[in-house]
Design a protein around this ligand. Structure first.
Ligand code: F7E
Length: 326
């Protein structure tokens, strides 16, 4: 987002990040010296800190990307997810309403809000049926944004974003976990080393994956309309984890017709000759799974003029290429 705003607008970016004793700024390293980029300590779960920051900075826009985003950890830290992903949104809306009501506000919504879906593709009118503490917290945040918009006339919107990936994706998310492992296994085989297979959970879950870079423009368009409205952003294409694995290995030279899925359930393996490339580890199964997500982003395409540039195959290849290069 910061890259996009620096390249396409004149705004000063005040970027808030949680204070950590060991800094984790790899994805923004290239921005630190930019005079239009100011990095500040901000913890969105600290109400006073949020209020003081908005009061002091008087922002024209406030973009909240500070949620805890790993669904898998939300069962072990449900309170933290509720505080960071829902209460934090309330603190932001309240502070904006009190100190800078003309500030335009964006909160990151999620297709996880649709959860155990009734129909596919899911549009903005699909009911919320979350399956995780993460999804429940995001639903709560969604209602807060709508209530503050309707009660106080704030320009507050929420994009319901389907999965968005890329070369900066965290390594615990399934796409990056796969592409990092493909790069590691490819190198280890080339070096004639022993290698450990990639371990995954549910291979049959299906997701609608896009390139995160494509979504940034959609978010900025949502923030700059005449009146505030929520939109779905998605590729409108759905693929399984299994297909992601096949395409990623295929691109690295393990041709799909020379590989084979063998066994079933927790004994299933993806084999290339005698080599096991992928195996199942039940520890990656979730207590409740969202089996399929497929978005319908027609309104964003028709009303905002937004369209993703990168399709599924290009995304897989971009991520594998990057990890092999690294
Ligand atoms: O899981 C399955 C897993 O962790 C995708 C976040 O950005 O998108 C993301 O949430 C699927 C699930 O992303 C492994 O069970 C199998 O069905 O990559 P993920 P997510 O949960 O879809 C939404 C839109 C957000 O809002 C979130 O913030 O892959 N899966 N095996 C696995 N997942 C992981 N992480 N690791 C595995 O080994």
């Amino acid at each position: 987002m910061a890259d996009y705003l620096l390249n396409n607008t004149d705004h000063l970016i005040v970027a808030g990040a949680r204070r950590l004793s060991v800094k984790n700024h790899k994805n923004i390293e290239h921005l630190i010296e930019n005079p239009r980029f100011k990095l500040i300590d901000l913890d969105v779960a600290d109400q006073l800190n949020v209020y003081d920051t908005i009061h002091k900075e008087q922002p024209d826009y406030f973009i909240n990307f500070a949620a805890n985003s790993f669904v898998g950890s939300s069962w072990t830290m449900p309170v933290n997810h509720m505080e960071t992903n829902a209460m934090a949104v309330l603190y932001q809306l309240e502070a904006i309403n009190k100190c800078q009501p003309k500030c335009r506000y964006y909160n990151a919504g999620s297709s996880e809000q649709f959860g155990n879906v009734n129909y596919a593709p899911q549009d903005i009118g699909h009911p919320f049926k979350p399956r995780s503490p993460y999804g429940a917290a995001k639903c709560s945040a969604h209602h807060l944004v709508k209530v503050w918009r309707e009660s106080f006339g704030l320009y507050a919107v929420q994009g319901i974003l389907f999965n968005h990936e890329g070369v900066r994706r965290g390594e615990e998310f399934v796409t990056r976990k796969i592409t990092k492992a493909v790069a590691r296994i490819t190198n280890e085989i080339l070096d004639l080393k022993d290698f450990k297979p990639l371990e995954l959970g549910n291979l049959d879950a299906k997701r609608d994956w896009s390139d995160a870079e494509d979504f940034i423009e959609g978010i900025w368009l949502m923030l700059n309309q005449e009146s505030p409205k929520d939109y779905v952003l998605s590729s409108n294409e759905m693929h399984s984890i299994r297909e992601f694995v096949e395409e990623a290995f295929n691109f690295a030279g393990f041709a799909t017709d020379q590989c084979e899925w063998k066994g079933c359930g927790i004994y299933e393996k993806y084999m290339h000759g005698d080599n096991t490339l992928v195996q199942i580890n039940p520890k990656f199964y979730r207590p409740a799974e969202v089996e399929l997500l497929l978005g319908d982003s027609t309104p964003a395409r028709e009303e905002l003029g937004w369209k993703p540039k990168t399709n599924f195959l290009e995304l897989v290849r971009k991520m594998v290429r990057n990890d092999i290069k690294q």
